[in-house]
Every structure is written in C-alpha cells, then in structure tokens.
Design a protein around this ligand. Structure first.
Ligand code: PHB
Length: 398
C-alpha cells in the first residue's frame, strides 16, 4: 500500500512539475506556407528570411519562456489543392496556433475556409486580391491589395496620358489591377484602348508586345506576379522597340521588384510604378531594416516587398503573443489584429482596418533610376498617406 501511495504521489508531483514546466516553456507554432518551387519559387525565401530575421531581432520581447516554432511548407506555386492539403495537415497534425505566408491568391482562397472552420488566425503576407479578406473572419492581411496601388496609378496616369493599354496575368490580382486602373483612368478622362489578359504561366510575350506596339497607346499598364516574369516583360518591351516608339511602361510595383532590377538592366530605367514600399525609401525604419538584412544575409542581398509584408506580419503576430502573454485565443488574436498600428514599418505608418482586417498604408509614386550605379525604385511622391483598399470602400457605398 505504501509503495502505491508513494508512486501515486510521485506521478502527481511529476504531472504538476510538467504542467508548470509547460506554463514556463510555451511554444507558439506558426504554419508558414509559401512557394519554394514552381512559378517564381525563388520568392519563398524572401518571405521566410524576413520572418526569421524579425524573430531573431525581437525574441527578447516575448513573454518569459515563450518560443516560436516556424513550420515551413512549399505550396509549389499557384496550386490551391496543394495549399489546402498543407494547411489541413498543419492544422490537424501539427496543431499550429497560426497560419501565415502565402504568395498566390488562389492558394489563400483555398485556405480561407479551413481557417474559419478550425478557428486558426491566418496572417496573409502577400496574396493581394481584394476579396480574400472577406472569405474568413480569421484572416488579417499585412501585404497590400492590387486596388491600393493600381487605382492611384490610374488617377496619376489620367493626368499624364490620353490613352492606355492594359496587359495583366489572367487571375485574381491581374483582374483587380486591370479593373482598378481602368476605372480611375477613365474617371480622370483617359481612354483605355484595350485590356488583354495573358496566361499566368509562359505567355508568348513577343506576340502580346507586338499587338501593344501596333495599338500605339501613350502608356502600357502591366501586372504580372513579381519575380522572373517581370524581367521577361521588361526584355520583350524593349526588344520589340515599344520604348523607342514612345510608349511608357507603368504598373503596380510588382513589375519592378528589387531583386530582379539587376537582371532587367537599363531597360527598366524610367518605368513608373505605384507601390507601398521601395528599398530606396528614405525612412529611418527602412534603412534599419535593409541594414539588418544585409548584415544577416550578405552585403549584396536585398529584401523585396514580399519581405516587408512578412516582416510586418511577424510584428503583428508578436503583438498577439505579447498582449496574451503567450496563451493564444483565436478570437482575441483577431481582436488584437483589428486596429493594430505600427507607426514605424519600413514602408511608413501602417495599421489594420478594424472593419475589413486589411492593411491601411502609404502609396508612393516611384520611378526606376540609377542611384550610385544601381537601379532603384526612387520614391518621387506620396500619393496617399493612409490608403484603404479602394475596392472595399466602393463596396460599402453599394
Ligand atoms: C497574388 O497571387 O495575389 C499575387 C502574386 C504575385 C504578386 C502579387 C499578387 O506580385
């Protein structure tokens, strides 16, 4: 009898000890889905590196004993079935507290119902089609919408050009860029000569560029997913002589992403874009961000806008963890996301709109110029200091 009591007491003591231990050592699991292969598979590391760098720099701010475990998964490009399967495994098997990342809209849309069903907050760090955040109350977005850049681009362009031609990838963000630009350009008195949608993968750029050249617009507005595709567009634009024909290349900042500028070369000079961030931005927080990146990853490495969406997204996750002292409740986490503010993002002051859970941020007019021998997106003007997603603002009025 004595031995039984003794054993029982020992077991209870052990259980109590492990309970208090688990209170001390709390692990927050983040299921991080991005693209490491497939279309623009080189972009995933731009996001993951930002998350890891933020964690490294800010870990000391976490409540005592709280650790973050980042579980990374490759969705292999725009592949909603794969993204859904990965999210399901992360939720059910790995029991993640949060989902994060995601470059492509179709993937984010496939994950949204799972976030709702499992009540797992999903911090979107890239995918930019306006409608995404309406698909789950557990989504908050720290990246951008295409409407946020393409609508002010259209307004600006209508003051400079009489005619424009639009060329976009045929999927969600392309449709948004086309609609937003055309609406603002027409409202400002411009005339859209044609709106062409091209396949997401491997379109015959030379054929499309020849058609644009024949139409003789004052400006060509392009949206394609950031990365290698942008370099293909730029090269064909110049090889077919559209620049020499006096056609101005404009678009959201996806077409002049920082890491591709050296691959594009001087053909990119003069391309004018609207976006929420540039590596050339003169803000102290941006300079510190870029310096930290180079220190960690090498002097020749540069972050891009996917890095910034991921950096700020990690800052939001830290806020959720800090405010709840390491014990995450999904509904409380979403309440913290709504109205979260960061006056010191590398892009400038940002916040999450409590009504839509979408980011509110500055939009800059930029032009590709050479600075110290390097191609940069030089910020010329702030077109809006706190731009909300214009599509959602319009829906409210309907
Ligand atoms: C998207 O799929 O939402 C997307 C992909 C690449 C971009 C922007 C948006 O550059």
């Amino acid at each position: 009898m004595k031995t039984v009591k003794f054993l029982l007491a020992g077991a209870l003591a052990l259980a109590a000890a492990s309970a208090s231990f688990s209170l001390l050592a709390q692990t927050i699991k983040i299921g991080f889905i991005t693209s490491y292969s497939g279309l623009n598979g080189n972009l995933g590391p731009y996001m993951e590196r930002a998350v890891r760098l933020y964690i490294k720099e800010h870990q000391k701010e976490l409540p005592p004993g709280v650790k973050i475990e980042l579980i990374t998964r490759d969705d292999t490009g725009p592949n909603p079935d794969k993204a859904k399967q990965l999210a399901q495994e992360l939720i059910v098997r790995d029991k993640v507290n949060l989902l994060a990342g995601v470059i492509f809209t179709p993937n984010a849309l496939a994950i949204a119902p799972l976030a709702t069903e499992a009540k797992v907050p999903f911090v979107i760090m890239n995918a930019g089609t306006a409608v995404i955040t309406t698909r789950s109350p557990y989504i908050a977005r720290t990246s951008f919408t295409l409407w946020q850049s393409s609508y002010p681009l259209g307004q600006w362009a209508s003051k400079k050009f009489k005619t424009a031609y639009t060329l976009v990838s045929d999927f969600g963000p392309g449709h948004d860029a086309e609609t937003a630009f055309a609406q603002a350009f027409k409202e400002g008195g411009g005339n859209v000569l044609a709106s062409v949608r091209v396949p997401l993968q491997n379109p015959d750029w030379a054929a499309y560029m020849q058609r644009v050249k024949d139409a003789k617009p004052d400006a060509l507005m392009v949206f394609i997913p950031a990365g290698k595709t942008a370099t293909a567009v730029m090269k064909n634009f110049s090889e077919l002589g559209l620049d020499k024909a006096g056609i101005k290349l404009i678009g959201p900042g996806d077409i002049t992403t920082e890491e591709e500028l050296p691959n594009m070369g001087d053909v990119a000079l003069g391309a004018t874009t609207v976006f929420h961030w540039s590596a050339a931005g003169d803000r102290p927080a941006n300079k510190a961000f870029i310096a930290a990146w180079k220190k960690e990853y090498g002097a020749n490495e540069t972050p891009n806008f996917l890095s910034v969406g991921s950096w700020d997204g990690t800052a939001l996750i830290f806020e959720m963890i800090k405010q709840q002292k390491g014990k995450l409740d999904p509904d409380k986490s979403m309440e913290i996301a709504k109205g979260w503010k960061n006056p010191n993002s590398p892009r400038g002051p940002i916040s999450i709109d409590p009504e839509t859970r979408d980011i509110i941020q500055p939009e800059y007019l930029r032009e590709v110029r050479k600075v110290g021998g390097q191609l940069m997106n030089v910020e010329l003007e702030t077109l809006g200091a706190a731009v909300k997603d214009p599509w959602k603002e319009q829906q409210k009025k309907k």
